[in-house]
Design a protein around this ligand. Sequence first.
Ligand code: SF4
Ligand code: SF4
Ligand code: FES
Length: 520
Amino acid sequence: MAKVTIDGIEVEVQDGINVIEAAKAADVHVPHFCYHPSLSIVGQCRMCLVEVEGMPKLQAGCATPVKDGMKIAVWNEKVDKARKGQMEFLLINHPLDCPICDKAGECPLQDYSFNYGSVESRYGEFKRTYPGMDRTAIGPHVIQNMNRCIHCTRCIRFTAEITGTSELAFFKRGASTEVGVFPGTPLDNWMSACVTDICPTGALTPREFRFESRVWNLDSTESVCNGCDVGCNLFIGHRNGQVYRYRPRVNPDVNDHWLCDYGRFSYEQYETDRVVVPKVRTEDDYLAISTWEEALQSIGGALTKEANTVVIASAQMTNEEAWMAKTLFAGQLDAKIGVMVDPIGPIKMKSRTEWIVGDQAGPNFRGVQALVGDTSIDDILTGGAEGVDVLYICDARFSERASDPAVVANLRKAKFLVVHSWDANHPLCEVADVVIPGATHPEKEGTYTNLQGRVQRIHQAYSPKGQAVSDLEAFRRIGARLFPNHDAFRSADALDIFAELRASVPDMISEDARSGGVSA
Ligand code: SF4
Ligand code: SF4
Ligand code: FES
């Protein structure tokens, strides 16, 4: 360990870390552009200059390791002057674009210009531009505006050091230097949109989010990706019950600063017709809109202890939902519960120390399977649900196979079919006897268990649409109707249920819901 003094504050930090990281321990921010904690250090932008006692010249904070006894000034007159000068250099050619730039509001260049920039430039108003390079699609997800680039090389280092695909490079020289892709090799790797997070300007922006919303008009909720079993930590950017984007949330042990493109844009699946009210099949075989009371009455009439009930859980359910399903169906109704998950990928995700490989198309197969058991439901999917009195499907999208007409026909062979679904266009919704309006992942509260056994919390970004409810609340309503004196069905509070679950399931690894910022 090293004792260092930063702007008069003495802190003890790991020996050898750089000044930018050491200053964080003293709660002092060292302005920087090219430094990123998960990329190599290049000392390219000179924005991080600091004064180190005993050294004649200012030092680059990103490239200066701390030693015991070092005294560092991040904020003094000499450093301020150098920082202002550096901003003046960077802004010689940067356009006055903030009003029409998607990065505005979360742009380090904008913030630093505001804090350390000068209202006047000694270099005049002429700016070097890159004609024809102000809206170039350099890959399926990334739009480049070269005029805004400050040549920090973060994007180039990302493709060289993280994905190893090296699509990006510098071309030309001097003031004409530009970032580009090689002919015939677009920026098209499985994590390509990460460059839009780490670019410290609006030079690289994600196609899907461009001009959709000003960032300050979005609310942000901490959650976990439900695309696969890696369980990358993310922020849901949303407004008025609609997701506008997912952004990575730093967790060095899982996804570090990254998201894969598949997971990042997986919220687009929610842009579909939603089931917003319960539906019950009438005597003349018409699936009619109903009240919750009618739906519960219909389900309650079918679910008896004597009935042969089979429940198909889903890898999209939270641990709390799986626990409530087990308490209700297995505990009170002697039903069989099974869960399956589709294979996916493999999807590679880089934590700070290792590659993690996801291969299941659901965030919580491990958690749900550990809680409900591993009854096989394959014979019902392939052979049909004859002999099953009640088939209860907790999520119409429990598998891609559930959309296959042959599988739908097999599942429909049960005497009574209940389906939870948020997707109104799912074929199982057409054949069910009762359809329960379900909640999507941003509408839920609870935990997922990822492939490392890490239990991570997801938070509700906004309320479910219409009369939709989470599986947790649906099971609680059914349980409270059938077993009014049973304590388990009094509350659908995810935190209470998690506490109960942790006390009862010794294998449940402790919750790990770290949070962090998106940019470094
Ligand atoms: S495009 Fe962005 S990340 Fe890449 S060099 Fe330019 S400013 Fe840096
Ligand atoms: S690796 Fe998996 S969990 Fe991570 S962003 Fe991609 S799909 Fe989501
Ligand atoms: S952050 Fe140190 S030179 Fe760019």
